[in-house]
Design a protein. Structure first.
Length: 214
């Protein structure tokens, strides 16, 4: 399956995989159209046929749900997790995901989790590099522990913050050199997006080290 997919084809395929894992059957053509705001069932059918022509599906055009997804792991031991290049503005935001990544349930990725790409030097203090994938999971303020890293909505931006505790309550420290510390009364809710629970990185040139004794 070397043929590339258009943006809408990729989104439809990801949606179908997610839907099948959740419901054990495929979405109908009408449901796919409603999901992506496509009013014409003929247009949806053309997208499905394009996916079939590129080797991603097998179709039975005579049936509304007559589609079989090819070469995709549909095991119930894995979950589809939405991936975003930019931090979504909503706490649980599946609309607008660039794609979905399959994650073993044992590695996390509960309901409401998502991946986001780290940008620039915003997490330099943790050794996180530009382009790393961060797994963000929903969390309640009462369950936060010393040293946890969270994403919190502050004004019109999302900030990465390190959690601390003192006699006055909860502290949140910005993860940059000289980052300010904010003291939060635990009785007051803060707008938490989630907790950074995992980091995924593809090793390349930066991982090469010399093993020669010296």
């Amino acid at each position: 399956m070397s043929a590339s997919l258009t943006d809408i084809e990729r989104k439809i395929l990801d949606y179908m995989v997610q839907y099948l894992r959740s419901n054990t059957y495929q979405p109908s053509i009408r449901e796919i159209g409603e999901r992506f705001g496509i009013k014409s069932t003929k247009t949806v059918s053309e997208h499905l046929q394009a996916l079939a022509d590129k080797g991603f599906l097998e179709r039975d055009p005579s049936r509304s749900r007559g589609v079989r997804i090819l070469d995709v792991d549909l095991s119930t031991d894995s979950v589809p997790v939405p991936f975003y290049r930019d931090m979504p503005k909503e706490r649980i935001a599946r609309d607008g995901a660039e794609t979905y990544l399959s994650l073993d349930r044992r590695l996390g990725g509960g309901r409401g989790s998502f991946f986001v790409r780290a940008k620039g030097d915003e997490l330099d203090l943790l050794g996180v590099l530009d382009g790393d994938y961060l797994l963000i999971e929903p969390v309640e303020i009462d369950s936060l522990g010393e040293g946890d890293v969270v994403v919190a909505r502050r004004g019109d931006r999302n900030d990465f913050l390190r959690v601390g505790r003192n006699g006055r309550g909860l502290t949140l420290q910005a993860l940059r050199a000289g980052g300010e510390v904010t003291v939060i009364d635990e009785a007051v809710a803060i707008q938490l997006v989630g907790k950074v629970s995992a980091l995924f990185r593809r090793l390349g040139e930066s991982a090469r080290v010399s093993l020669t004794a010296h």
